[in-house]
Design a protein around this ligand. Sequence first.
Ligand SMILES: *[C@@H]1O[C@H](CO)[C@@H](O)[C@H](O)[C@H]1NC(C)=O
Ligand SMILES: *[C@@H]1O[C@H](CO)[C@@H](O)[C@H](O)[C@H]1NC(C)=O
Length: 477
Amino acid sequence: MARAAAAAAASSSSSSSLLILLLLHAAVLASLSGAVVEDLDQTFKETRVNDIWLVDFYAPWCGYCKKLEPVWYEVGAELKSSGSPVRVGKMDATAYSGMSSEFGVRGYPTIKLLKGELAYNYKGPRTKDDIVEFANRVSGPAVRALPSNQMFEHMMKRHDVLFVYVGGESPLKEKYIDVATELIVYTYFFSASEEALPESVSLPEIPSVVVFKDGSYFTYDEYEDGSLSSWINKERFQGYLQIDGFTLYELGDTGKLVAIAVINDKDPSEECVRLKSLIQTVAKDYRQHFNRDFQFGHMDGSDYINSLIMGEVKVPSVIILNTSNEQYFLPDGPTDSLEELVGFITGVLNGSAQAYGGDGIVQRVKRVAFDARSTILSVFRSSPVLGCFLFGLPLGVISLMCYGICTADSEPDVGDMELMKREGLTDEEEEEEEEEQRRAAQLEGPENDDDDEEEEEEEEVEEEEEEEKAPEQKKTD
Ligand SMILES: *[C@@H]1O[C@H](CO)[C@@H](O)[C@H](O)[C@H]1NC(C)=O
Ligand SMILES: *[C@@H]1O[C@H](CO)[C@@H](O)[C@H](O)[C@H]1NC(C)=O
């Protein structure tokens, strides 16, 4: 890095002061990098026990790992300079495969925070700020105290969704701490005495677990809401969200249906604005009816949804997605009024609405064809010449062969034909297996608009799906 900067400095005489600055920066980074990120080997298993570690398990050949590397040094530098107790390391998971599989590493790169017996997977965006925030959150106490009203107000400003245990020692508090220890990968957990809450908050009983969000607060009810952890998992998002591919993937864990207004943010037409505010109204005013089963939001643009459902949705329109089985629901008629929209959602809830898509065999075959088509189209779009060469050449050869076969005298051997057919079928089935995983990952995972990165992105998404199956938190021994 320093050498590159030096070369740049030599080749250009202007803006030299900036370059000197850059050079200094590079030199500082280079001198720091040895210290801030430690290269881990097989001794890690013994040496790690007394510290909290943030580890990047990488493979030397993986493109995403290379992209992460500079970010990782920044993460290391920031944690170090902020005085965090978290030590940052990286381990070549291919060289120490035994140890990394003990840590549950199944894709690259895998980011884990290791804290005593606990291991937490990081699944968010791979940016410095997000990773540092994760490390600070997860390395700290599972439940943080809010000793005063000022502190409470301060945290309310900083967090859109705030979970607070209110009360003294109790079995509920113990349960809350257990759940917090597991779900701290998603959000912060606080505890406070009743006095620390604003006077406007009145709780039916103490102790309670309360979530503050959407300008209001909601109390956990053991009898209505099921287990505390499933309630927290469902309540950890605001009632109404701007949704993108990544949010959709995150929402998958809640098991809720996702009702989305597909709109164009740049289109100020009345239709778009009205639909968005209708969905917002339903999210707020019909919370009692729908909150347990639905997450509401809007999505800007229809490309993501279109590739998800392998079709085309109108903009603006409403669609309800079931991320667990990949089914989706579209309204039969217009949804211009609150009644129509609520009727549509009720229909989905009571099972009377028609479901489309799903993960059946027909859909899987359709997905194979759809992906093949998009791949071919994207190759042609980015490079028509390459496209003609890649797909035209084999086509030409096949046509020539067909021509040869058709004009030949001999009858085709029936036995061979049948064999070919059967082989063809087997191939297809194998493909479907693979495709199933890929397609599932696509529904859950973030999608990249950039055609050039499509391949790589899929690789990443697949491994994220694998992690998904692993429990959020794993005893490492
Ligand atoms: C969504 O999918 C899950 C898993 O297949 C299923 O149990 C649930 O009933 C579906 N929900 C609706 C409303 O179809
Ligand atoms: C389901 O909801 C729709 C829309 O509100 C309603 O018209 C229909 O009668 C309901 N069906 C059942 C079986 O409850």
